[in-house]
Structure formats: C-alpha cells, structure tokens
Write a protein that binds this ligand. Structure first.
Ligand code: GDP
Ligand code: MN
Length: 388
C-alpha cells in the first residue's frame, strides 16, 4: 500500500526525521493561506499523487508569492498528472503539499528496503540524489553504497558513519544522518514498511539535512494490523478495477494488451500470460479467480475483464481440482448470459469432470471456443483478437 508524501512526512516527524515546514491543502485559497501562515520568501507547491517523477512534468512548482501559490494550485487541482511512473491516464490531483522553500546545496539519495537476496533490511545511499536511483545504478554504479542490517544487532553506528562519509558529510552532519537512518529503521519496523525512500535528502546551505521528498510503501499483508496506516489509504489513487476486484476476492491487475485472461491460481495465470505472449498476443490483465471459484465470482471476473474496452477476446483457463469442470462450465455460461459477453471466449478446461464440462460448452450457439489443450487455446485467442 502507498501513501501520499504529506502523510509520509507526518510519519517522518514522529520518528525524528527533519522535513520542511509545510501543510496539505485541497483548495487554491487554502493553499494561499497555508503559504501566508508558513511565512518565508518562497513556497513549493507539490501535487499529491502516488507516483514519483512529478518534478519533470509540472507536479512540483516554485512560487515567489502567496498569489502565485494560489495560481499554481488552480492549475494543478482537479487535473491528472502523468509521470514516468504512472500509466498514460495518470493519477488525479486532489490535494497539494505547500512547503517553505529551502536553499539546496546538494541533493542526496537515501532509502531502506528489504533485500530479498540477502534476506536483510538494507539501506541504499548515493550522493547523486534527485534523479531516479535506477538511472544512477545504470550510469554510475560506483556512486551507490548499501549496508545490510543484521536483524539481531539492529542498525549500528559504524554503518551510519560509513554511509555519511560516502555521502561526503562532515562534523555534526554525520550524527544528523545517523539520527535520520535510525528514524527510518524504527519507522520501517514499527509500521511494517516494505520501502522508505527519501529522494532527495537535501543538504542546505547552512549544512542541515532534510527530507525534501518522502515515499513509503507498506507490506499489504501486514497493513491490516496497522489501522493508522490503513486510514491513510486513498482509493482515488488506485486502479478502479483493481479496487473492485479486491471486494470480490479476485486478484486482478490491469495490463496494456487486448486479450482478457481468466484463470484460477496465480501460477497458472502467470503461465497463461506467458503462453499468450509466446503466441504473439498481449494480455489485457492478470486475473486469478482463486481456488474456490463459483458462479458469482466468474460473473464478476467477466464484468471486470469486459469493462476494459480494449479487450477483443477472452481466454478462460481453469484447472478443475477442487472445483469440478462442469460447475465451472455452467458458471461461464451463466456469466456470458448475465454480462452479455459479445467478444469471443476461448475456454480451456482440464481436470475433474472435464468431459461433462466440455459437453456443456459445445453447441451453445454462443461465441465460445472450447480448446482441448492450452497451447492451442492461446493460439486461438491470439488469432481471434487479431481478426477483430
Ligand atoms: P518527484 O519529482 O516526484 O520525485 O518530486 P520531488 O519532491 O523529489 O521534487 C522534485 C525536485 O523539485 C527536487 O529534486 C528539487 O530539485 C525540487 N524541489 C522540491 N522541493 C523543493 C524546495 O523546497 N526547494 C527547491 N529549491 N527545490 C525543490
Ligand atoms: Mn523525489
């Protein structure tokens, strides 16, 4: 689960990580008032969306007067922001973060995440902040340092000093960085985060360190035991179809292709998508209807798939283990009728009662193609999607 920058910065403050003076606003007038209240010589207006890369596309603007803050806020609020990290539809801007401007001497990078290879929490830091870390890793890998935290020992002072020296920090800054890293580590553990990223962490002209940006991801499997974090969820920033799927216990992810996929089991869904691609097609979605599939779930799954207008054909790939194939076949027929499916549907069934299931699907007069094996089913669905 993601949260907004302004929420992440509230958490930072609770954990002793310095952030710029600022406040969230949801209207242009209140944004102007926030700027006046904050005082100072200039303000930054930041679009609150669950994506980075805002700076390059007008989602972060520097204002010299409160009137300019109001003007920029009018430009941004109610619009959608398309960044390198969003899809082509972008994300809606419903709120802004207004902050005092701080003079930047240097932009650094600091993040903490779980490294699956070493099975440890690691810190990643770089003196090349401001740009995205993947680019730094690609172009100047020697500029990146990482330290692994031993779970029993916790974050050690020498590890923080190593990062500080690599970042070129001196004197009291070394201690300040240690405090920031310890705050990140404590926050990470206390709230079951999966990543905390500060990009940029700035050094001001007076030598202070401050988190200018803040991004936190939380472990979806743990968020249920953190009601304070769950309360920060903003469904407007998430895919409508993915939200709806969650309500029906379906595991759905929107993709960019034109072949809708309905599969039971995440592994089988991955294999099905691979096969569709191998045969020259592009899946429109990942959809795992789960083990205990029933007619309602199959109907909802069809509705979800077909609400995506780019879907030209649907591939159903169900393995009848616990659920019997004839039950699935009846479910598919009911769904096609209820949902008024007009695109061709290729069905591959395998498992218990497969013969009865196939019999139900043949000669229905509907646009259903019963496939006997998966490779053939994938070929068929790709051909049907291309034909339209
Ligand atoms: P992102 O592009 O979505 O990652 O948004 P950031 O919060 O990282 O802001 C992008 C860039 O805007 C930063 O790297 C800074 O260069 C600039 N910026 C953001 N806030 C301030 C500020 O308070 N003062 C100044 N001078 N620049 C800022
Ligand atoms: Mn950033």
């Amino acid at each position: 689960m993601n949260i907004h920058e302004y929420q992440a910065k509230q958490l930072f403050q609770q954990y002793g990580i310095p952030v710029p003076d600022g406040k969230q606003a949801t209207t242009p007038d209140s944004a102007g008032l926030v700027a006046q209240d904050l005082g100072g010589e200039g303000w930054v207006v930041k679009a609150q969306v669950h994506a980075g890369g805002r700076g390059k596309v007008g989602g972060v603007k520097l204002a010299k007067t409160p009137a300019e803050v109001v003007e920029f806020s009018k430009d941004m609020l109610g619009k959608r922001l398309v960044t390198i990290q969003t899809d082509s539809a972008g994300l809606p801007i419903h709120s802004l973060l207004i902050e005092k401007i701080y003079p930047i001497k240097r932009e650094l990078y600091l993040s903490v995440l779980v490294d699956r290879a070493s099975e440890r929490i690691i810190f990643i830091a770089s003196a090349a902040g401001g740009m995205d870390i993947e680019t730094v890793a690609h172009e100047a890998p020697d500029q990146i340092i990482s330290v692994q935290v031993h779970p029993a020992a916790g974050l050690q002072g020498y590890q923080c000093r190593k990062v500080a020296y690599t970042l070129g920090l001196k004197g009291s800054q070394v201690k300040a960085l240690g405090k920031i890293m310890q705050g990140m580590y404590d926050l990470f553990l206390a709230k079951d985060a999966s990543q905390i990223e500060i990009n940029p962490l700035i050094e001001t002209h007076s030598g202070e360190l401050m988190a200018l940006d803040a991004k936190i991801n939380f472990d979806d499997n743990a968020v249920v035991i953190h009601p304070d974090i769950l309360a920060m969820k903003d469904p407007a920033q998430e895919d409508d179809k993915e939200n709806e799927a969650q309500q029906f216990g379906l595991n759905y992810i929107t993709l960019e292709g034109n072949i809708g996929c309905m599969v039971n089991g995440a592994g089988l869904a991955m294999a099905t998508m691979d096969l569709v691609k191998l045969k020259g097609g592009l899946p429109a979605n990942f959809l795992d209807v789960g083990g205990g599939t029933n007619i309602e779930k199959v109907c909802e799954a069809f509705k979800l798939i077909l609400s995506d207008k780019s879907v030209k054909a649907v591939l159903v790939n169900i393995f009848g283990g616990i659920v019997q194939c004839d039950v699935i076949a009846s479910g598919i027929l009911a769904a096609i009728e209820q949902v008024h499916v007009t695109v061709p549907v290729v069905v591959r069934l395998e498992g218990t009662n497969v013969e009865q299931g196939r019999a139900l699907l043949s000669n229905t007069g509907l646009n259903i193609y019963a496939a006997d094996d998966l490779a053939h089913a994938a070929e068929q669905v790709v051909a049907l999607a291309e034909a339209l």
